[in-house]
Design a binder for this molecule. Sequence first.
Ligand code: PEP
Ligand code: MN
Length: 264
Amino acid sequence: MASRAFRAERTIVQVSEDIAIGGERIHVMAGPCAVESREQLLEAAAQVKAAGATILRGGAFKPRTSPYSFQGLGVKGLEILAEAREKYGLKIVTEVMDVRSLPVVAEYADIIQVGARNMQNFDLLKELGKIDKPVLLKRGLSATIEEWLMAAEYILSGGNFKVILCERGIRTFETYTRNTLDLSAVPIVKHLSHLPVIVDPSHGVGRWQFIPAMCRAAIAAGADGLLVEVHPNPPEALCDGAQSLTPKTFAETMEELRRIAAAV
Ligand code: PEP
Ligand code: MN
């Protein structure tokens, strides 16, 4: 069902009346890795909105490698995201970690993110297939494109066609970058599937210095959008500070993107 043989026309995922992923316009989802406080998120929301992002990202439930790292604010974080949505007119993308927290995440989110670590959480994928909400499905840490499309198949086969794929880098032998951003996945997914595909250079590269270039490359390669980590004060970030753009660098990057694609 994810293949172009099943559906010839491209799927456009309607997030709201004016936001369609996979349509004419490139949508940029930006914000901090994690919702840390009301002040931090509202500040980030104002900054990414001013630069032209249409969707605010921020994790309330965080899948951290270490159990001793900041785990997110949970439901309190979702409430803060909802406040930012009201105040700035942005839509919200946030991660769901398990079936248990799906109802509450679905209540607040406009797009439900499935993180790389959960790409093959088949129980969660099956539940997401039963709801009528856009799902952002990240590529797994070491997943092939075929495995990734099969994960999407779980959601589609349940009846939910609102699936947006997200390339976020894969594990290779290279250690200079956090992961290796596989930009070839963009044209390959478009060749194999009707689903829209966006790129997350933040987790793909892991170092802020190289992220603007990968944002430009992703759009030039045909991505339908971007997911970018932006923090009001990256050195103070509780999560992923090294890969977070300052609001200023983000705004400059957005300007550059407008020279590559007319509608960003
Ligand atoms: C995130 O978007 O903050 C995140 C945890 O990403 P990934 O699942 O790609 O590691
Ligand atoms: Mn992150």
